[in-house]
Design a binder for this molecule. Structure first.
Ligand code: TYD
Length: 247
């Protein structure tokens, strides 16, 4: 067991806490069971969520890394506890959409469930006090959040991550509708995929039944279906050997 009590808390998010790692180049990310929606208006503890999301995130980051995109992930030392590279996070939520649903349908005249071809990349400013407004390149540059070169790189990486994940989920009978990712920089300014990818940050539909297998269930108040859905993604994505590792 890693002794979290002695660890220095660097940052506490809505579902994860970030602690100082063994050295200045590393952090420990602890996945919690907390689930929030509506800008924090709803907050529940969902048993097993931290466990499932940490294992799913580790697996997804491994697959993405193997496909050639650098990620922050180093090792899942135990369920819920991820060792990762320390990065300076870029305050942009990069959202990739393969099918229009959710906020884009509320804000623009897209018909719900319209396929988006090519996929649409959207960037939101990650700032709770401003309710994460949508960015464009001019605003991001004027705010000093990122350079044009970095913005272009984020879009390129986001589309690559989309291709990798679309295939990964298709192979297990799941449609990747949309997702949100975040990036950070090391001391040399190299860009890495950071934060997490899990059913908390993606919309996933069962390819046969079109059932939701993600956090949207919680947003819609179907709290009792959430863990079962996350468990289903876990069951399909992890091999028996991988499941046995932390059992
Ligand atoms: P979006 O439709 O913009 O937001 P909402 O969930 O409010 O309708 O979400 C697009 C995808 O990005 C969806 O899979 C959820 C994910 N996402 C996050 O994980 N965190 C966020 O803060 C936002 C805005 C989206």
């Amino acid at each position: 067991m890693i002794k979290m009590v002695n660890e220095k808390l660097l940052y506490e998010g809505k579902a994860k806490s970030v602690y100082q790692g063994e050295n200045d180049e590393e952090v420990i990310i602890k996945f919690r069971d907390d689930m929030t929606a509506g800008d924090g208006a709803r907050h529940e503890s969902m048993g097993q969520k931290g466990y499932l999301n940490s294992i799913l995130c580790a697996k997804i980051f491994e697959i993405i890394e193997e496909a050639g995109v650098k990620t922050q992930f180093i090792e899942l030392t135990e369920p819920c506890v991820m060792k990762a590279m320390k990065l300076e996070m870029i305050p942009i939520e990069v959202i990739v959409r393969n099918i229009a649903t959710g906020s884009i349908v509320r804000k623009f005249p897209f018909e719900d469930k319209t396929p988006l071809n090519p996929p649409l990349v959207q960037m939101d400013f990650k700032a709770d006090e401003y309710h994460d407004p949508m960015l464009n390149d001019a605003i991001a540059k004027a705010l000093g959040i990122a350079t044009q070169e970095e913005l272009d790189k984020l879009r390129e990486l986001a589309l690559k991550v989309n291709e990798i994940m679309k295939k990964m989920f298709k192979d297990i009978g799941i449609i990747l509708v949309d997702f949100k990712i975040e990036f950070g920089k090391d001391k040399e300014g190299n860009i890495y995929l950071g934060d997490e990818i899990s059913p908390d940050s993606c919309r996933l539909w069962d390819a046969e039944t079109m059932d939701m297998l993600d956090k949207e269930l919680f947003r819609q108040g179907k709290d009792d279906e959430v863990i079962e859905a996350y468990q289903e993604v876990y069951n399909r994505l992890l091999s028996d050997e991988e499941k046995a590792k932390f059992n």
